[in-house]
Design a binder for this molecule. Sequence first.
Ligand SMILES: CC(C)(COP(=O)(O)OP(=O)(O)OC[C@H]1O[C@@H](n2cnc3c(N)ncnc32)[C@H](O)[C@@H]1OP(=O)(O)O)[C@@H](O)C(=O)NCCC(=O)NCCS
Length: 181
Amino acid sequence: MTTSENSVALRLMTTADLPMLHEWLNRPHVVEWWGGDDARPPLADVVEHYTPRIQAEEAVTPYIAMHGGEPIGYAQCYVVLGSGDGWWEDETDPGVRGIDQFLGNPRQLNKGLGTKLVRALAERLFSDPTVTKIKTDPAPDNHRAIRCYEKAGFVQQKLIETPDGQAVYMVLTRQRFEGGK
Ligand SMILES: CC(C)(COP(=O)(O)OP(=O)(O)OC[C@H]1O[C@@H](n2cnc3c(N)ncnc32)[C@H](O)[C@@H]1OP(=O)(O)O)[C@@H](O)C(=O)NCCC(=O)NCCS
């Protein structure tokens, strides 16, 4: 983990983080863009939903983003191939990873922290040589997230239909990531 005051670092989420995650998931700026029908979950649902991820029983790996020694947000990555439930059925490449994230504190939005978070996650994922590209799928009207991902190097590819509705399919290839360093 890097110690620079201005950087964003990622650590694996633990069960001790679940009450904080629960609080974040109920904040309006997160509810607006995260959770769909499962938005504003009670603590019991958060524990049930995220504990298998913490225990590495699912293909989704959960992280807490840290900044200046404080937890500032949540991020997750997953193996796209075999996601199931109607997600990413066209994917054939086992090296593709998907990412999702949010900042917990509304006062910290639009200050560049999300871009740093996404870059830190990309750095971490591409340190695995088997990872070929990273994709993300913001809602078409989530302009702040789309801009953030573009600043982190992602490129908009196309509009897609997902089980959660329409999304912008955005990709960061290894080649682009390594060229942009
Ligand atoms: C998405 C999120 C992680 C981005 O992090 P962030 O720290 O706010 O983003 P950044 O400050 O790095 O970048 C945001 C960019 O969007 C721009 N922006 C903000 N609102 C915008 C809008 N309505 N239209 C266009 N651009 C907008 C900002 O100006 C900034 O770009 P700039 O630096 O070129 O000026 C954070 O906003 C968040 O947690 N949002 C709520 C949950 C969410 O949407 N999660 C993503 C689900 S896909």
